[in-house]
Design a protein around this ligand. Structure first.
Ligand SMILES: Cc1cc2nc3c(=O)[nH]c(=O)nc-3n(C[C@H](O)[C@H](O)[C@H](O)COP(=O)(O)O)c2cc1C
Length: 196
């Protein structure tokens, strides 16, 4: 698919068919995530990958509690990718001689690149899912769910989930998205050419 079309088609999909995705497709999505840029090429990003109903059921057990969330259509997604960010990898990378921030002080990072770069990787995976004819939802996780995932999957504490991505074949979506009730802002409210 042409890139412009992938970008235009991408929208969050919250309901999936009960249909598997091939291992090669999963692999292409993950390899796209690895292509993300990162400050100082720190690469402080990792992915927890849960593929197939057995593995995804474990994910939902870890995060959903008794709230009734999520609905069945989201639980059907055959692939969950949890993008994880490590601040420590960046602090260590920038303490190296070519960067020199040996104090490892977080004030060097008014915009934390560990979450930003991991979000870049997540977006590459969202776009690759579309390119593969699939749909995907990026969704946030509450802090207790983030910790629950680290414990359930032996993720080192320094790697924090920035959210999770559910991927699969889209089904008609009964879930009201904010994008259905809020219009996209007009271009001139967002794009400021030359000056604000
Ligand atoms: C950081 C982030 C967190 C989000 N969390 C959720 C979520 O928890 N549940 C959900 O249904 N959608 C979630 N979304 C999807 C947004 O609602 C969606 O991107 C927005 O309404 C624009 O729609 P579109 O992506 O389909 O164009 C999230 C999106 C982002 C970027």
């Amino acid at each position: 698919m042409e890139l412009g079309e992938v970008v235009r088609r991408r929208k969050m999909v919250r309901t999936f068919q009960d249909r598997p995705i091939a291992r090669e497709v999963v692999e292409r999505i993950l390899q796209s995530g690895r292509r993300a840029p990162s400050a100082g090429f720190s690469q402080g990003c990792a992915f927890l990958v849960l593929h197939g109903p057995q593995e995804t059921a474990g994910f939902w057990r870890a995060v959903s509690g008794d709230s009734g969330w999520p609905h069945e259509g989201l639980r059907r997604a055959p692939l969950i990718v949890v993008p994880l960010a490590s601040k420590q990898v960046y602090l260590d990378r920038y303490a190296e001689p070519d960067k020199g921030w040996t104090d490892r002080d977080e004030s060097h990072w008014p915009v934390p690149s560990w979450t930003g770069d991991t979000a870049f990787a997540a977006m590459l995976m969202l776009l690759t899912a579309v390119d593969e004819g699939l749909g995907a939802l990026f969704f946030g996780l509450d802090p207790p769910d983030q910790s629950a995932l680290n414990v359930a999957y032996d993720v080192p504490r320094e790697y924090e989930p920035i959210g999770a991505i559910a991927i699969g074949h889209p089904a008609p979506d009964p879930i009201a998205s904010s994008a259905r009730t809020r219009p996209r802002k007009p271009a001139d409210e967002v794009i400021h050419r030359g000056r604000w």
